[in-house]
Design a protein around this ligand. Structure first.
Ligand code: NAD
Length: 287
């Protein structure tokens, strides 16, 4: 099966923008698609800034930076996925949205194209039901934030994912400079099943007045050797993203420990989503 030198990335938010950039800096052509013109403009500006910083810090030459920038194409519709042989979906964490994107992609990409999803928690087997006849080519490719820095890609095989799809995905992840590690298709896989209860409990501790957010984070940093406290990490991930992942875990695993803390839900309702909106647990507007 295919050894791709080009990728289509659907979604140009926090994760999609990073995935497209890493593809381009690894020598691939990357088509970055988003329904939001604003998200596309932000991704393009982030790419330009990151590449400029890489040149400044001596990580790449100006020519390499220009070449990487020229390998990224920006598009507002899935028409730009025509003929692709490797698509990575990184749109919002909603099963119905992802399924509709997969169904749409299936009609545009090549016959043996791999359809990967960056979902944090949704069942790969479930997403694959949207592409009848192509279930063997659906796989989870779970990158971590910030994509250019984090080495891990959790690779998740659905019930029907073929060996060929798995092998091609492992190769693609490696050619992007990442370390792929397999996990099985259970809600949240390994990373979020373990991380989200920690983040949720930190919100409960804050809500119940056990300590102020800064102190909760410092205690977990200094006491548990975490590089970042759980509330700071939640802002970084996006409070809406955390909320959506917890809801998937709650529904799929049926355990109330995954149900999002009322305080987290309140912040999401208020639009305080973390770094991306300037306010979340913390105020990032003056950083
Ligand atoms: P985000 O909210 O920053 O970006 C999502 C993007 O998807 C938005 O720009 C939105 O306009 C776009 N989108 C929505 N509908 C679309 C459609 N029909 N076609 C094309 N684009 C569409 O979210 P994110 O943090 O980048 O998360 C994206 C995915 O990656 C989610 O599945 C999330 O669970 C997963 N993920 C997130 C993180 C993280 O730390 N944020 C880490 C790993 C995985």
């Amino acid at each position: 099966m295919n050894q791709s030198n080009s990728i289509v990335v659907v979604g140009a938010g926090t994760m999609g923008a990073g995935i497209a950039l890493v593809g381009a800096t690894s020598g691939m052509r990357a088509v970055q698609i988003d329904v939001s013109e604003d998200a596309l403009a932000k991704a393009q500006s982030l790419h330009a800034k990151t590449l400029a910083r890489n040149v400044q810090k001596g990580r790449m030459t100006q020519d390499e930076s220009d070449a990487a920038a020229s390998r990224i194409e920006y598009a507002a519709t899935l028409d730009a996925a025509a003929g692709a042989d490797f698509a990575i979906e990184a749109a919002s964490e909603r099963a119905e949205l992802k399924k509709s994107i997969f169904a749409d992609l299936q009609s545009r990409v090549t016959e043996d194209a791999i359809l990967a999803t960056n979902t944090s928690s949704i069942s790969i087997t479930d997403i694959a039901t949207a592409v009848p006849g192509a279930e063997d080519r659906v796989i989870g490719m779970h990158f971590f934030n910030p994509v250019p820095i984090m080495k891990l890609v959790e690779v998740i095989r659905g019930l029907a994912t073929s060996d060929a799809t798995l092998n091609a995905t492992l190769r693609l992840a490696e050619s992007m400079g990442k370390t792929p590690i397999p996990a099985n298709d259970r809600a949240g896989f390994v990373s979020n099943r373990v991380l989200m209860p920690l983040i949720n409990e930190a919100f409960f501790a804050w809500m119940e007045g056990v300590a102020e957010p800064e102190h909760i984070d410092e205690i977990m940093k200094l006491g548990c050797a975490h590089p970042m406290g759980p509330l700071r990490l939640a802002d970084f991930i996006g409070l809406d993203v955390c909320h959506d992942i917890m809801m998937v875990l709650y529904r799929e695993l049926g355990d109330s420990k995954f149900f999002p803390c009322p305080l987290l839900r309140q912040l999401v309702t208020a639009g305080r989503l973390g770094d991306k909106t300037g306010q979340g647990v913390y105020d990032h507007s003056v950083a």
